[in-house]
Ligand binder design. Structure first.
Ligand SMILES: [Zn+2]
Length: 286
């Protein structure tokens, strides 16, 4: 750690050493947490009038301190979904956009240290913990959504338009963000080059299957995928691999391993973990 592929990008020094910041192109930064098992990534998209912060990581250190060094523009925060490792520093920012959705509203209320037990532990953190961090008092702080967005909305940052597309599956409130001008798709946890989780109580493989088709439909509009974990700037070819993978999963002859009671399907650069049995095409009474 950090993974080798990060060496391809220009590192930016931000007077702290919990987050690593990389400049991906002239108006896009990745903010990465390499020292924790989640290896989550947040993105800062700079427009001519506003900036958009996509995801705010786990709230372990002071994300606003970093963002303030990268831009003076007003900031809109939006989350690819409301899991704790994507919303942790929302509370530090003034303007939050989000979905009008019960699942999102529940997570926005905050999660106590008790509810997050086991997620942020000494064993899952490698180094450089900020001085004033304490495992005992760690929690996901509540935040307020200032503006609701819906499928198909376009957010104008000035000379840079970001489209919001719903892709439920990993969570009920997953979205992707598409920046056609810069040919980027921010995929959150709907795609990254590692095991993709579609097995939790609030996941739906049936929704994920449809969402992989929706993501594929944008293949001619983007060159790179910006995932929410591990590595950035992934090839657009993964949109077609992801679609093929979900189609393979609904074929009952496709091999999987049973791990901790869930199915693990291996597609080389990524895996998809689903429930067992698969939650697809299940009708009432079956
Ligand atoms: Zn997630």
């Amino acid at each position: 750690m950090p993974r080798k592929s990060w060496e391809n990008y220009e590192p930016i020094n931000t007077k702290q050493d919990w987050y690593e910041v990389y400049k991906l192109n002239k108006n896009t930064y990745a903010i990465y947490e390499p020292n924790q098992w989640q290896e989550a990534i947040s993105y800062l998209l700079i427009g001519s009038e506003r900036a958009m912060l996509v995801d705010t990581l786990q709230g372990i250190s002071n994300l606003k301190f970093v963002v303030d060094q990268l831009t003076e523009l007003p900031i809109i925060v939006i989350n690819t979904h409301s899991h704790y490792d994507h919303i942790g520093s929302n509370y530090q920012f003034d303007t939050i956009y989000g979905l009008q959705n019960t699942y999102t509203a529940n997570n926005a209320r905050g999660l106590s240290n008790q509810e997050l037990q086991g997620n942020v532990t000494p064993g899952s953190i490698w180094k450089n913990l900020p001085k004033n961090f304490s495992f005992e008092f760690y929690e996901s702080k509540s935040y307020k959504i200032d503006k609701f967005v819906k499928n198909g909305d376009v957010i104008d940052l000035g000379n840079r338009k970001i489209e919001v597309i719903l892709v439920p599956g990993h969570s009920p409130d997953s979205i992707i963000l598409i920046d056609k001008k810069n040919r980027l798709m921010l995929t959150g946890d709907s795609f990254y080059p590692a095991p993709i989780y579609v097995y939790s109580d609030s996941s739906s493989f049936q929704d994920f299957f449809i969402s992989s088709q929706i993501m594929f439909s944008y293949r001619d509009d983007v060159d790179y995928l910006l995932p929410g974990h591990n590595e950035t700037m992934q090839s657009v070819k993964f949109l077609s691999e992801l679609r093929s993978a979900t189609m393979a999963i609904i074929n009952p002859t496709t091999d999987f391993k049973l791990i901790d009671g869930n199915r693990s399907y291996d597609f080389g650069s990524f895996k998809i973990i689903t429930k067992n049995p698969l939650d697809f095409g299940i009708r009432q009474g079956e």
